[in-house]
Design a protein around this ligand. Structure first.
Ligand code: ADP
Length: 282
């Protein structure tokens, strides 16, 4: 259109750029992924990467061929949790994901950096571009469920990733003190815009069980998870305690040994999620 202002909100034309699916990028030729589950949060440090890792551990324990696309480019922490020190390799135009001892396929910025502690000081467009390339340029092999550790927040980087990768559903991770209602509302609205269901709400650091007396303390405030999930029609809820043992497993690269039962209901929701269909690169 000659007079297009690129502001769809004030325009009544029904052109192809309004179609959310038109932003979606295909997988690499020969790659195959059945389901993609985005794990998102309103900000960093709430345990999004931990939840992504635990969901992948649970999926593997149930026999699913599992992958993690670590789209948290500036804070990549997934390889460490799995003790994956290998670097990704590639040929012309294709990157091979790292495979952990347990068979997880994994692609993370840390799998490309020379040193784990090298910082990624890039502008937003480059960061988003790298995350999307982990979808389009990696030879994901026969994946049943891919978990995507999203960049935190609702800025332009997560938005580009949300628009570029076809999603089966979204899991939202919050903590009790984390302006929960606003974050959940934003996530639900964004998911609606993209026509993707919110499959579950994980309230991390929800409580602490005293090792001496066994009493539960809601350190960061009263839980709102059930109430919010009901209000926004989110079908599954998990409450995860603050667990120093879990933090230790992450630090030591032994997340495969973690107990994932707290995520049972949310994982059932993942199992029921739709497959992405014809975005496979075959
Ligand atoms: P995010 O991906 O949201 O930035 P992370 O998953 O990297 O957050 O978690 C931040 C830190 O908090 C990590 O060191 C992680 O091991 C720790 N952590 C997260 N959740 C818990 C928990 N429930 N109990 C103990 N430590 C946790």
């Amino acid at each position: 259109m000659a007079d297009c202002t690129h502001d769809c909100s004030t325009c009544s034309s029904n052109c192809s750029s309004r179609d959310k699916a038109s932003f979606v990028k295909p997988l690499h030729e020969g790659a195959s992924v059945k389901k993609t589950i985005a794990v998102a949060s309103g900000k960093g440090g709430v345990g999004k990467s931990l939840v992504t890792s635990l969901l992948a551990v649970r999926a593997m324990a149930r026999g699913y061929r599992t992958a993690i696309l670590d789209a948290d480019i500036t804070g990549p922490s997934i390889p460490k949790a799995f003790g994956a020190k290998l670097r990704a390799t590639g040929d012309e135009g294709v990157i091979y994901p790292v495979r952990t001892m347990s068979g997880l396929q994994l692609m993370s910025m840390n799998s490309l950096l020379e040193h784990d502690d090298d910082p990624v000081v890039w502008r937003g467009t480059l960061i988003a571009g790298a995350a999307v390339q982990f979808w389009t340029d990696v030879l994901w092999e026969d994946v049943d469920i891919m978990f995507i550790d999203m960049p935190p927040g609702t800025g332009d980087v997560p938005l580009s990733v949300f628009q570029s990768i076809p999603l089966s559903g979204i899991i939202v991770v919050t903590t009790p003190q984390d302006l929960v209602e606003t974050i959940v509302k934003k996530a639900v609205n964004m998911a609606k815009l993209m026509n993707v269901p919110v499959l579950g709400l994980v309230e991390n650091m929800s409580y602490f069980t005293c090792p001496d007396c066994g009493k539960r303390h809601e350190i960061f405030g009263k839980s709102k998870a059930q109430e919010l999930a009901a209000a926004y029609g989110i079908p599954a809820v998990a409450r995860m305690p603050i667990d120093p043992g879990l933090a230790r497993l992450v630090d030591e690269g032994h997340i495969m040994q973690a107990d994932t039962d707290a995520l049972a209901e949310v994982f059932l929701s993942v199992e029921k999620a739709r497959e992405i269909g014809d975005f496979s690169g075959e």
